[in-house]
Design a protein around this ligand. Structure first.
Ligand code: NAP
Length: 293
């Protein structure tokens, strides 16, 4: 039997509807809307597109958003100043620094500047550290990994005791997903470019999270029958049949994996819609803490 599809779109729509109602409530009580401040450095078209998508989603849900768009040649001090200005602005409750930053900018120093109370991307080293520590809770968890966990929850399967394999160990996806799965009491293996026998390791997993950045890399015969497969990958492949000339595929070979898995996400329409939703949710949470205090 083919896998059940975990469709991120209706889940995202449902949660965005809840956020919209909560924002209206907050406005009625406090007279203010949650505000997101975005720092974008340079003119990378993909980053600019992500920022536009995030700001549009804010509009739809009734959140206020603004962006400080700095030239690629900005200095370290200018980028850090942009973050500090949002820290000091009471109408901004959440700050998003769109990554990657240009090579000459020290990313960690910039992220360190974000006020913990406004770190709605959950990317401040203190928040990531707390995510990994026993008995500590981060102020916010990063958007994409939180979306992954929400999609796993949609299956109704209990995570505790399951074997999870996360392929990828980036600071924004692989590592935090692995930490969140471990917090949920899964037994977690983190795989990366130096992992020996990746297919054999994946075959033991009840939960597979693929965050590799390589089109259709994970094959169906790597998947344990019945496993939950969450495909974070977003890769464009040339496609002369499509209007745009390309199409998006995940890190998992969907057709072959779908035949074996118990549950699987699609690309597009899986993790992608959840990422923005979780950013909105964190910004609402930050605004509530500030406005209802
Ligand atoms: P990244 O920073 O490039 O990290 C990729 C990870 O995959 C690294 O840890 C790397 O290992 C590992 N890797 C590379 N080749 C491998 C191989 N052959 N075998 C095993 N592991 C390998 O990427 P990322 O930012 O985490 O993003 C991963 C994917 O998710 C991308 O497709 C990205 O577009 C997508 N993404 C989607 C969303 C969304 O909202 N849908 C959000 C963020 C990212 P090393 O550490 O050893 O180099």
């Amino acid at each position: 039997m083919p896998a059940k599809i975990i469709d991120g779109r209706p889940v995202a729509q449902r949660i965005q509807g809840e956020i919209k109602r909560a924002v209206e409530d907050l406005r009625a009580k406090s007279g203010a809307a949650p505000g997101l401040g975005v720092v974008l450095v340079g003119d990378d078209p993909a980053s600019a597109m992500y920022v536009r998508m995030k700001r549009r989603a804010c509009d739809r849900a009734g959140l206020r958003s603004e962006a400080r768009i700095l030239p690629a040649a900005s200095t370290q001090a200018e980028v850090e100043d942009a973050v500090r200005a949002y820290n000091a602005d009471p109408s901004i409750h959440g700050i998003l620094v769109q990554l990657p930053l240009p090579d000459h900018i020290n990313e960690e120093a910039v992220l360190n500047e974000i006020s913990l109370a406004k770190d709605v991307d959950g990317i401040h080293p203190m928040n990531l550290g707390r995510l990994g520590m026993r008995g500590r809770e981060p102020t916010f968890t990063p958007a994409t990994p939180t979306g992954v966990m929400q999609l796993i929850a949609e299956t109704g399967e209990a995570i505790e005791g399951l074997r999870a394999v996360v392929i990828g160990r980036s600071n924004i996806v692989g590592l935090p997903v692995a930490l969140m799965l471990a917090k949920a009491n899964a037994t977690v293996t983190i795989c990366h470019s130096r992992t020996r026998d990746l297919p054999g390791t994946v075959r033991a997993a009840d939960i597979v999270v693929a965050a590799v950045g390589r089109a259709e890399y994970v094959k169906g015969d790597w998947i344990k029958p019945g496993a939950i497969v969450i495909d974070v990958g977003s890769n464009s492949l040339p496609d002369p049949d499509s209007e745009k000339g390309y199409r998006y595929v995940g890190d998992v070979e969907f057709e072959s994996a779908c035949a074996v898995a118990g549950y699987i996400t699609k690309v597009p329409g899986g993790v992608g819609p959840m990422t923005i939703t979780m950013l909105l949710s964190n910004t609402l949470k930050a605004a509530r803490r500030s406005l209802e205090a």
